[in-house]
Design a protein around this ligand. Structure first.
Ligand SMILES: [Zn+2]
Length: 265
């Protein structure tokens, strides 16, 4: 009995951490399984139906009550992986949504056919509810973008990591090396995600500095964007040394030589 309760508790925690609403849907299914005497197969099916209806129909409407809107699924601004949508990790406030779409439009005007891939944004509900593992993504005002890449020498709209994180543009020997500095200070989590991500064809990718810098310049040009995080060695390598808006995020965060984080005021 105790073990069963613990397992249910663990599932609720994991689903809430990953999707925010999944834990509540699980609890609803657990209660209806008891009340309606459903089989495990039927309650699993109920879970998926309620979860999918909530994710694609209900949540995008309800989240607007707290000024959170889903980012587009298709087009010039899109998620790198469909899991970002399926897990409800693509919500921002109206202002950030408008800014992001505007930048993606400018990007694809400059580079026809090019798209901006977004990564984790925020959950749909509650100010102060963080989106693990990004503790600051809790107010609808933060968004991560993937870098742009060449794949086998051609400009590509995909990325070397399936989730956008964890395949790094590491510091060269002569550059400042925060992954090393943070590791030595005991911040084991700083580059930890790199150990989890498969790197099947990552050697076919090279970061496209020109297109990635274009995105960063567009972010810099928007007065409502208050901070941008990229790893200090890339800030230097890509010629952004003088830009005060581009900050170091600190060793308590994670490496930012695989994506761009930005936030509005
Ligand atoms: Zn971020």
């Amino acid at each position: 009995m105790v073990i069963r309760v613990f397992i249910h508790f663990l599932v609720v925690v994991i689903l809430t951490t990953l999707t925010q609403v999944g834990g509540i849907v699980y609890l609803i299914c657990l209660i209806s399984k008891r009340k309606l005497q459903l089989s495990v197969a039927k309650s699993l099916a109920t879970f998926f139906v309620i979860y999918l209806v909530s994710t694609f129909l209900l949540i995008p409407l309800l989240s607007q009550l707290g000024d959170r809107r889903p980012l587009p699924i298709f087009g010039k601004l899109r998620p790198l992986t469909f899991w970002t949508i399926a897990l409800n990790r693509h919500y921002v406030n109206t202002e950030l949504k408008d800014i992001s779409i505007e930048i993606a439009n400018q990007f694809s005007e400059e580079y026809p056919g090019s798209k901006i891939n977004y990564l984790d944004a925020n959950f749909p509900f509650f100010r102060g509810f963080p989106l693990p593992p990004h503790l600051s993504h809790d107010d609808g005002k933060k968004l991560d973008l993937a870098f742009s890449y060449f794949k086998r020498g051609e400009r590509s709209n995909s990325a070397p990591s399936i989730i956008g994180y964890g395949v790094y543009e590491s510091p060269m020997e002569t550059e400042i090396n925060y992954p090393d500095i943070c590791q030595k200070q005991g911040y084991w989590q700083y580059g930890f995600i790199g150990n989890l991500i498969p790197k099947w064809d990552s050697e076919q990718y090279v970061v496209d500095q020109e297109r990635t810098s274009f995105i960063i310049n567009e972010l810099l040009a928007k007065s409502d964007i208050s901070k941008i995080f990229i790893e200090p060695h890339l800030k230097q390598r890509w010629g952004f040394d003088r830009e005060n808006k581009i900050r170091f995020h600190g060793c308590q965060a994670v490496r930012h030589d695989d994506h761009i984080h930005f936030q509005i005021k």
